[in-house]
Design a protein around this ligand. Structure first.
Ligand code: 4AD
Ligand code: MG
Length: 519
């Protein structure tokens, strides 16, 4: 095994850490240092050697750089040939432009310092099951795909803050420990608060309503907790939600704000991450439908669509296309696997192995879709007015439209107590869900709030709620009540849609789900 702090210089080696140091840069800055001597610090991502040359792939969080050493460099060459994957290293060398290198630049090594020689790395570049990867999430995060997802998430979060800050919204941090439910008691996480039972916040909304009566336009952005007892691709038990709340605003104004926010976020990510999206296999054009006005339908219209022959025909057609695509991908994978068998190690084989991994993932996804679509369709046919739209119905509806769709005016019975009754039809509330296209389903949920004290109390009693912990909330309807409303956007759902992920678990660094709390 290599010792820590093993240093090797080309041509003899001066052997003192820090000697002859050039300024460290990051891999994304290579283009500005062509033909210059630079230092990079990072981890060994991979290596290939042969024919008296070794290519060391270095990753530093900003990118991947191919570092080259030739046999003539004796010591350096030997170190580069043996340094284990994921060892931490400092390298120096000259930057060369080379279209064959990943990123277009490579480093001709003059020095290699092994800071820590890694033990055998558990994640190989072969296919691992999702359970294995999630158990190794602390290491899996180092993969290029996962790093890119975290970078896009970072951009998304910054864009959310910019959006509200530039429009004069005031950030108000709402509490995480709360005495009551706001989104139904079924998904509460209980916490022992010095002997009293309290709960982790399911939303900051109720507190935000108080804050908006003080400040006008406010938002909160924090972790949110729901004890979701089912495993779906859309549910985490801990997720991040941004929630704005506006005084003197009705449902229309709240929806207009949601549409503007979604467009802003998509634009920002397309602007900064087009190449990253391509890397993830997501065509940026797919997101361009977001530019036009979003579709709008009422819940009742949505139910009619679910029962329509058109939706059934369209879904059958889509299913047939998916089946054909699946057969095609399976054929492609068979071909590639046959070719890999007879090949020697090297760049071309690596490329085929990577392609096979991508194909297998796509096949899994298609198989699941082909399995699920008939179930969705059956559920849609059985759907009765008055029920809440679930995953099955949302998937079909969100495919039916080629752009995001607002569904408004849900039945009062299936929605939260705080939503304002529709003055035109008291069976309904003034609310909306915004569904992302391509089967992604709900990404934003919002409403106008009940601002009439007696109607709110009546509604809470109907839900058999204990009013005592909500007296402060009712006060907001006693002292200068106004028309107001807001919404919540879930960051992980949004990111999943943007990046075309199969599941929200990849959209957060350390996902929390039913049965998963480690690492
Ligand atoms: O529709 P929800 O439950 O709305 C609220 O919490 C309101 N109080 C928001 C408001 O009006 N201020 O949740 C809002 C969004 C959903 O559209 C979804 O994007 C996300 O939060 N979300 C989840 N994301 C991941 N896992 C879960 N279990 C989620 N539950 C909701
Ligand atoms: Mg919702």
């Amino acid at each position: 095994m290599l010792t820590n702090f093993l240093m090797t210089d080309a041509g003899g080696g001066r052997g003192v850490p820090g000697a002859d140091r050039c300024a460290p840069i990051t891999i994304d800055q290579l283009a500005r240092h062509v033909n210059m001597s630079v230092e990079l610090r990072g981890w060994v991502y991979g290596r290939r050697s042969g024919g008296g040359i070794v290519f060391l792939l270095l990753r530093d969080g900003a990118g991947i750089c191919q570092c080259v050493s030739e046999a003539a460099d004796d010591d350096l060459f030997e170190t580069a040939r043996h340094v284990p994957q994921e060892s931490s290293v400092i390298v120096q060398g000259t930057v060369r432009r080379d279209p064959r290198a990943p990123g277009g630049y490579e480093l001709r090594l003059s020095r290699l310092v092994v800071i820590h020689a890694a033990e055998e790395y558990p994640i190989a570049r072969k296919r691992h099951g999702i359970d294995f990867l999630l158990r190794h999430r602390h290491l899996w995060l180092r993969s290029p795909r996962q790093s890119i997802l975290m970078r896009i998430r970072h951009t998304l979060v910054a864009a959310v803050r910019d959006f509200f800050n530039r429009r004069g919204f005031i950030l108000v941090d709402t509490p995480i420990l709360s005495p009551g439910a706001a989104e139904g008691s079924a998904t509460l996480f209980r916490v022992d608060y010095f002997g009293e039972e309290v709960y982790l916040a399911q939303t900051g909304q109720l507190y935000l309503e108080a804050a908006c009566m003080a400040l006008g336009k406010v938002y909160c952005f924090g972790p949110t907790f729901r004890a979701e007892k089912s495993k779906t691709r859309r549910h985490l038990t801990e997720f991040w939600m941004v929630e704005p709340e506006l005084a003197f605003a009705d449902l229309e104004q709240v929806m207009a704000l949601a549409e503007e926010l979604v467009k802003h976020l998509v634009d920002r990510v397309l602007d900064r991450h087009a190449a990253d999206l391509e890397f993830l296999g997501r065509k940026p054009e797919t997101l361009s439908s977001v530019q036009g006005p979003f579709a709008r339908i009422s819940y009742t219209e949505a139910v009619d669509i679910l029962h329509s022959g058109r939706l059934a025909a369209e879904t059958e057609q889509f299913l047939a296309a998916r089946r054909a695509q699946l057969a095609d991908r399976i054929r492609q994978l068979d071909e590639i696997e046959a070719r890999i068998k007879g090949m020697q190690a090297g760049r071309r084989r690596d490329a085929l192995v990577a392609e096979a991994i991508g194909l297998r993932a796509e096949i899994r996804r298609l198989e699941e879709e082909v399995r699920n679509l008939p179930v969705h369709l059956q559920q849609a046919r059985r759907f009765a007015w008055g029920e809440d739209l679930g995953g099955d119905e949302e998937t079909l509806l969100s495919r039916h439209f080629d752009r995001p769709v607002f569904i408004t005016h849900y039945p009062r019975k299936c929605r939260a107590f705080y939503m304002k009754a529709d003055p035109g039809d008291p069976r309904l509330v003034l609310n909306f869900d915004l569904l992302a296209p391509e089967g992604y389903g709900e990404i934003v949920g919002g409403s106008q709030r009940e601002d009439d004290l007696s109607r709110l109390v009546e509604r809470m009693q109907e839900e058999k709620m204990n009013l005592a912990p909500y007296q402060w909330y009712l006060d907001l309807r006693r002292y200068g009540s106004v028309t107001h409303g807001g919404f919540g956007l879930g960051i992980e759902r949004f990111l999943s849609w943007l990046c075309g992920l199969d599941h929200v678990r990849e959209a957060i660094a350390f996902p929390r789900m039913l049965g998963r709390i480690n690492p």
